[in-house]
Structures are given as structure tokens and as C-alpha cells.
Design a protein around this ligand. Structure first.
Ligand SMILES: [Zn+2]
Length: 510
């Protein structure tokens, strides 16, 4: 795991995170408006027209490159190399037919690499950053049924890039200007990782959760149909995905950052896709169904408990073997590189992460070598028997605020982990004991059931006889899956008749 914690959000924490992102998104937009708009007039590859945009192509790709690193650390990569290769292969097939690769396209555009990445998130989403960074979540992959759907989803995202929608939105909304001009507007330069996370929520999320206009979405759908068909796919298949999204929306009125939150009503798009594809001939290759399904076999379907989970207000990491209590009233954000616990009103933050050092002393020394820290107290100690170094310090943030922080470096199984809790100086006193309770609660996991917990994975079952979906779904489903959810996963209705030979996706603990 190379020093990284694989941590993911608990389902219940999604909405909290979404809210958190919103708070910081608003905060950074306020900062952003102080910057001048760097409007440029540039060519849009998808139309060949010159338009007013927020960025030049070069700026777009630079911005995408910078933000892509944050996106990866925010969501984490899904660690299945075969699946990643497959998604890239399908993506490249569609890319080859797109405006980004056509002979008439600008040389600079044609030379820009486009990457396809599978994110380790169960939120159903696909996204593109400016300059050709395309993402699809494992949650999205689980809900797709065939390669045509995957190709069309990726083509839609390529469409956003080729039509330069992010740059156009940036020009219209002045979003992200601060990213280019100010760079680290909100970062405190102190290496307070938890604080960076919260800011990152503002910076990366702005671009990442960018809501395109309805016109932009329809244009991306139009381009998706065009690219997918040219690559030999049947874009009409994507209607099944839109129907699925519609059902999920009805089921839970999702407010989390997902395809639904950033895209128009699926119902409207179905009609549009039908119109766009009315001339399409039926030339589907049926083996695109099985090839797709076999590629996602074994996919983690829910939260992956191996990478950390919260139960009864305690955080557990079975793979790394430790646990610690969460301060009461704090929300938890589990990320691939850290766990962030934030007080309800974000007045106090406690972060937990791995370090690259091999002793608590050297990790503390490295931390203290940062400029701008005033050490109040420093000492060696033991936490549940593990060697540790604790530091109490003060630091001034860029906006002049003084924060007090307590940080502990703990040696555990050959690695050094860091807790860092901080709050504005005048509030620190009221949070200190909550911080210390969590830090002192760091301990080894003893419970074999927790150590052995496995993720729910996607398995494939070939339908043996003609029957209704309801009868084909295994009687005992692993929590939290319901028969309706399994039906949604398969883009079918519970009462629908399924013919023998068809493959059903089922959640399984095997
Ligand atoms: Zn879109």
C-alpha cells in the first residue's frame, strides 16, 4: 500500500461530505472573484468555431494535470489493473473517432494525451477534467451492463473535453480563475494535511463537480452518439443506464455528488438520445455484453471495509490492523491518504495519515522543520505501548489567524502514523481533550470478525431457466443489498421475465 491508507467514505458520510464540499466551494468562490478573469478567444475542437473561453488549451491541460492529482488523492484509484486496461481500451477506441483526434484538429489538441481512470468510489459518476482527464467510478461500472454503455458514457465525457465546456463555464462563471492565477490561494503553506483536504474540497471539487449548462449536456450527448457510433458501438444502449439513474433518483432523491447532481434529468435525455439515434442501424455485437460483464466480475460493490470503516463511532482499518475512536459530534471523511474528522461547524479538525518516515522522532523533526511553527511543548511518550512523539504548537495561517495544533507521531508495525488536531487559538482549549481521547485510543484491532471482514463483490450468475428476476435473485443477499437494488444493478424490473443463458450480476461475499 506504499504508505497510503486506503480509506473510503461510509455511505452515511457522503451527504456530510457533499455538504462540506459545498461549504468550502462557496468559500473559495468568494476568494476567486477577486481575481481578474483571464478571458481568451480560442478554437473549440468539437465545432471548429472560435469562442470566448476561460482558458487557452495549454492552460486547460495544465489545470487538468494539477487537479487530476487532487482528484486521485480525494477518491483513490481502483486497484484492478485489468479493469483499468479494459476501460482505457474502450475509451481509446471512442477517442480515436472524436474531434480530439481528427485530421482537421489543432496539432496541439491532437498531441494532448487523454487518460481514462477508474476511481475507487461507489458513487455512480463519470467526469472529465479540462484537458483530457476522464474518470469513471467503480459505482458507475457496477451499474453498466455492456460495452456499448461504457463507450457511450466515456464518449459523453470526451465530448465535454472536445467542446471545451469546462473552459466555457469558467469564462461564464469565473470558476477556477484563482486556481490558475492564485495557485495556493487557500492553502496555508504549513502542510496541515487535514486543512489541505478541506481546501481541496473547494478547489478540485469546483472543477470536478462543475455543473454544465443544459445546452452543454445536450451537446455532449450529441457528440457521444456520434463518437460511439463511429467507433462501432450502439449508443442507444445508454438509455438503459438513464432509466437506472431515474429509478435510483426516485428511490433515494440523492443529494450526493453524482452523475445525477451534475447532469440533467435522465428522463429528458432518453428522448433526446432516441431522436439522435433514430437513423442508427441495428448492428450490435452481442459479445460486447459478456466481455463487459467479465471485465467487472469481482468488482467491489459497496464500501470496501479492507480500506477502513467506521462502526459505532470507532474507525477500523483491518488491513493495517489499527483502530481509534472518532471524537463525538465529528464527521468523518475517509480518503485514500487520510482520515479527516471535522467538528460539526468545521471549527476544529483532526486528521490522521501515514508518514514516509521510519521513526516517530524523525517524523516529528521533519514536521517541526517547517517554517511558521512555534513549538510550545514537545515530548516522547507511549500510546497503548507504541513509541510516540507529541508536539503542541502554534501557527499562523495566511489570513493571519493563529491556530493551535497538537500532533502525535506513533510507531506501529514498522510504520509511523500521524494525528494532527487543530483549531483557532481561542477555541483550541475546548477541543484538546477530544483530540487526545482519540489519539490515546489508537490501538491494535483484536476482534477477528473485524480483521476478517470482506467487501461485497460482484459475481456473475448464468440464468439456468426462464424465470422472473424476483425468483432468480439469491434469497440471502449480503447487507445492505435488497432485491430491488439487485434488479437496478441489472437494469431490469423484479417482475421481468429473463430467458436462460442471460447473465445476472449479484452481490456476493464469496
Ligand atoms: Zn455531462
Amino acid at each position: 500500500m506504499s504508505g497510503h491508507l486506503g480509506l473510503e467514505l461510509q455511505p452515511s458520510a457522503y451527504q456530510k461530505r457533499a455538504k462540506l464540499l459545498m461549504i468550502f466551494r462557496r468559500a473559495s468562490v468568494v476568494v476567486v472573484v477577486f481575481f481578474l478573469c483571464g478571458c481568451v478567444s480560442d478554437i473549440v475542437p468539437a465545432t471548429g468555431e472560435r469562442r470566448y473561453l476561460g482558458y487557452t488549451w495549454q492552460q486547460e491541460t495544465d489545470l487538468g494535470k494539477r487537479t487530476s492529482k487532487e482528484v486521485t488523492s480525494l477518491f483513490g484509484l481502483y486497484g484492478d489493473a485489468n479493469l483499468a486496461r479494459y476501460v482505457t481500451e474502450v475509451g481509446n477506441r471512442v477517442l480515436a473517432t472524436s474531434h480530439l483526434r481528427r485530421s482537421g484538429a489543432d496539432e496541439q489538441v491532437r498531441a494532448t494525451p487523454v487518460t481514462f481512470t477508474v476511481l475507487d468510489s461507489l458513487v455512480i459518476n463519470a467526469m472529465a477534467l479540462p484537458g483530457g482527464f476522464i474518470y469513471v467510478t467503480r459505482g458507475m461500472l457496477a451499474h453498466l451492463n455492456n460495452e456499448d454503455q461504457l463507450a457511450t458514457v466515456l464518449a459523453h465525457e470526451i465530448g465535454h473535453v472536445a467542446a471545451r465546456h469546462a473552459a466555457r463555464q469558467a469564462w461564464q462563471q469565473q470558476i477556477g480563475q484563482g486556481l490558475l492565477l492564485g495557485g495556493a490561494v487557500l492553502s496555508q503553506g504549513l502542510g496541515l494535511p487535514a486543512q489541505n483536504v478541506l481546501n481541496l474540497g473547494g478547489m478540485a471539487a469546483q472543477l470536478f463537480l462543475l455543473r454544465y449548462s443544459r445546452e452543454d449536456e445536450l451537446e455532449a450527448d450529441k457528440l457521444a452518439v456520434e463518437y460511439a457510433m463511429a467507433a462501432g458501438y450502439d449508443p442507444r444502449q445508454v438509455i438503459g443506464l438513464f432509466q437506472t439513474l431515474d429509478r435510483m433518483q426516485e428511490k433515494e432523491g440523492q443529494s450526493m455528488p453524482s452523475f445525477l447532481a451534475t447532469h440533467p434529468n435522465p428522463g429528458d435525455r432518453i428522448q433526446r438520445i432516441r431522436e439522435l439515434t433514430s437513423a442508427a442501424r441495428d448492428s450490435r455485437t452481442p459479445n460486447l455484453d459478456t466481455r463487459y460483464l467479465h471485465s467487472i466480475e469481482g468488482l467491489v460493490l459497496d464500501e470496501d471495509p479492507r480500506q477502513g470503516f467506521v462502526q459505532d463511532n470507532v474507525f477500523y482499518h483491518p488491513d493495517l490492523g489499527f483502530r481509534f475512536p472518532i471524537p463525538r459530534g465529528f464527521k468523518t471523511i475517509n480518503q485514500p491518504s487520510q482520515v479527516v474528522m471535522a467538528e460539526g461547524q468545521n471549527r476544529a479538525v483532526l486528521g490522521f495519515m501515514g508518514t514516509a518516515e521510519n521513526s516517530a522522532e524523525t517524523a516529528a523533526a521533519k514536521f517541526l522543520s517547517q517554517r511558521g511553527l512555534r513549538v510550545i511543548e514537545r515530548g516522547s511518550t507511549r500510546i497503548n505501548g507504541f513509541p510516540a512523539v507529541g508536539v503542541l504548537a502554534e501557527a499562523q495561517t495566511q489570513n493571519g489567524q493563529i491556530v493551535t495544533l497538537t500532533t502525535y507521531f506513533i510507531e506501529y508495525r514498522g510504520k509511523v502514523y500521524q494525528f494532527i488536531g487543530y483549531a483557532p487559538q481561542q477555541l483550541f482549549g475546548s477541543f484538546r481533550s477530544a483530540f487526545l481521547q482519540t489519539i490515546r485510543g489508537f490501538a491494535e484491532i483484536q476482534d477477528a470478525r473485524i480483521l476478517g471482514r470482506q467487501p461485497v463483490r460482484l459475481s456473475l450468475e448464468r440464468v439456468p431457466r426462464s424465470a422472473r428476476v424476483r425468483e432468480l435473485i439469491p434469497r440471502s443477499l449480503p447487507a445492505p443489498f435488497t432485491p430491488e437494488e439487485v434488479a437496478i444493478l441489472n437494469q431490469v424490473d423484479l417482475n421481468q421475465e429473463i430467458s436462460p443463458g442471460k447473465i445476472l450480476k449479484t452481490p456476493s461475499l464469496r
